[in-house]
Structures are given as structure tokens and as C-alpha cells.
Design a protein around this ligand. Sequence first.
Ligand code: GMT
Length: 383
Amino acid sequence: MRIGIVCYPTYGGSGVLATELGKALADKGHMVHFITYQQPVRLNAFHANIYYHEVQVPTYPLFDFPPYESALSSTMVDVILNQKLDLLHVHYAIPHASTAYMAKQIVSKQGRVVPFITTLHGTDITLVGKDKTYAPVVTFSINESDAITAVSENLRDETYKYFQIEKDISVIYNFVDTQRFRRREMPHFRNAIAPNGEKILLHVSNFRKVKRVPDVVKVFAKVREKIPAKLLLVGDGPDRPSIECLCRDLGICEDVRFVGKQEQLEDVMSISDLFLLPSDYESFGLAALEAMAAQVPVISSNAGGLPEINIPGQTGYMSDVGDVDGMAANALKLLQDDELLAKVRKGALTQALRFHIDNIIPQYEALYEQVLQQQALQQAQLH
Ligand code: GMT
């Protein structure tokens, strides 16, 4: 198949998932065309079946807001027509689903029928999409999609709850390449971070409010009161300055390391003992799944889709949002009991294997086939 993938190219779960999906589809022989305004972060090596089309957004003195959506639709049209795409798969509803709808309408005037599939990732529904500034467009473009997927049951249910959706939403879970994220012994790296054998706690995110990074720091401070420990904070974002202040206030700066946006996440995960994810909401929590693949147990909130991946006592533990004491107690329970830690590490890997990339990619391929068959049938009925 010739597949166009549209996503946010920046450091964030939806872009990561879309890029890994495109790479996996290319490995299986499909021709994959990424259409984004910047090279996606995980699209970092040459692949014979992968093409990248950058969206150029010309400026003009009249534009206070350069019309990105128009530029994206026009690029989609160009790629559909010139690369003979069979379908578009857009990730994140805003504005990708509505621009795909526009592109579909434009090419249909030229006799080309190209279906589009929309994958909902989370904040496009639960935070941004619900905003009444966007809601009518989100509802319309989801309903106009030829197929809709959500990355968890919780996100599917939230979408039905907040929008008038007239179509089926299929749940296709996020996935992980367990080979890439397998745990490897890296004594030099571990030693550099924790030279005196301290436990290493890890958090990865875009440091937005929804991630509750201050809770990460507070949980860590409580753990550190009881055992020697280090905290690795991977990523960056708007809350970073206030998080640094909090570390100073708590007097724990020498044990907290901000390591910025890391591409080699698998290395950081390989040396970690616990992954912390206390978010207000997670549709899925892809970074937690990647941690599990590296045998890192997860201490998380029980928000959104997290209970669909984090199984208490098997892969880690969950607490209510904001329950810093509960999270710290769970972290200590694991870190102070080697036998339990070893058991939960194994359980985390077993859980990650359920979301193995090879189990999930065929679900997307089957959906593509189904959409193309439906479209062929509709065309036949028309003629
Ligand atoms: O978590 C973020 O802020 C980034 C966001 C995104 O859209 O890039 O992530 C969402 O999609 C990921 C991939 O499907 C999910 O694993 C995350 O849970 C989800 N984030 C939220 O729901 C807050």
C-alpha cells in the first residue's frame, strides 16, 4: 500500500507512535509518505520505503496567523496525486482530520477517491478538542473520517461522552518494539548517574501541567528520605522552571538530573529502577509501556487509560491523582524488597510483550484493507 502519515513531528506520544508505525509499515514493504512541518524526531535513519514531505507555510505581511491548515491540505493533495497514495492516516484530530477532509474533497474533484483514517491520541479529545473553539470542527472531521481509532478503551469512551460521534471507534492500542527497549546492562552509564549504588527513578514527558511533574519531584523527595536515590527527568516543557524551583526548595537538587530531550530513551530506561507517571490524565501512557519493556516497574496515577496497561502488583502500582504519599509508599515497597522488585520487573516485561509491535501493526493493516474494500464497494455501487 501507499500510505500517507500526518502527525506532529515534535517530542510527544502521538508523533512517536505515528513515526514508529510508519517505520514498521515500511519494514513490511509498504510505501510510507510522512507529511509534516518538520522531520519527525524518531525518523532519524534512511529507509528505502520512507519518504518525507515537508509542509512549507509561506508568510505574507497580511497574515497575522500563517494558514498552516491550508498549506497542509495543499501538501496532502500534492502527495496524494503525485505519489498515488491509497490512503491517509492522520494522527491527532486537530487540525489533521479536518485538513485531511479538505484534501479528500479537493482530490475527489479530480476523480481520485482517497479515504482517511483518524487516530485519536488523547489531548486532541480530552483537553484541546473539548474546547468549544474547536469542538464543532473536531466532531465534524471525526465523523467524516473513513475509520477512527483510539489508543485505549478509555479514550474511545471519552470521545463518545464528549462528542456526538455517529461512527464506530476501534481501539488499537499503542505498541512497543520490545527488542529496541529490552533491558541491557550498562554499568558505566549507571555508575555515572548513581556512583554509590543509589536507586534510579525516571520520569519522561513534555513537562506540561497534565503530567504533574511536581508530584514526581515530591514522590522522589519522600523516597530519598528513606533510601539513597537519584531522579532522572527526561524531556522539557513549560513547567521546567517551576520544577527546578521546587527541587531547590526541597533541597534535593544534587540528586535530580534534568537530562533534556533524549533520543536514546532505551538507554536511560535500561539503567532505571522505577518509572513515575502521576498524570492528571493519560489516554494510554506510551512512555510507561516503553519502560515496562525495559523491565522498569511503573508507579502511576490511575487516570484515563493507565489502568489498561499498569496492573497493580504485576507491572507496578497505581494511586489516585495527587496521592503523593501513596505513590511514595508504593515506590518504597518495590525498592526495598528485591524479591518483589524482580517479580514486578518480570511482570512488566510480560505486559509489554502483549503490546508487542508485531501484534499491533497487523491490526492497522487489517483496518486499511477494510477501508479500501469499503471504498471500492461504494465506487462500484456508484457506477
Ligand atoms: O502526553 C502528551 O502530552 C503528548 C500526547 C501527544 O498527543 O503527543 O500524548 C498522548 O498520546 C500518546 C500516544 O498515543 C499517549 O500515550 C499519551 O497518553 C497521550 N497523552 C495524554 O493523554 C495526556
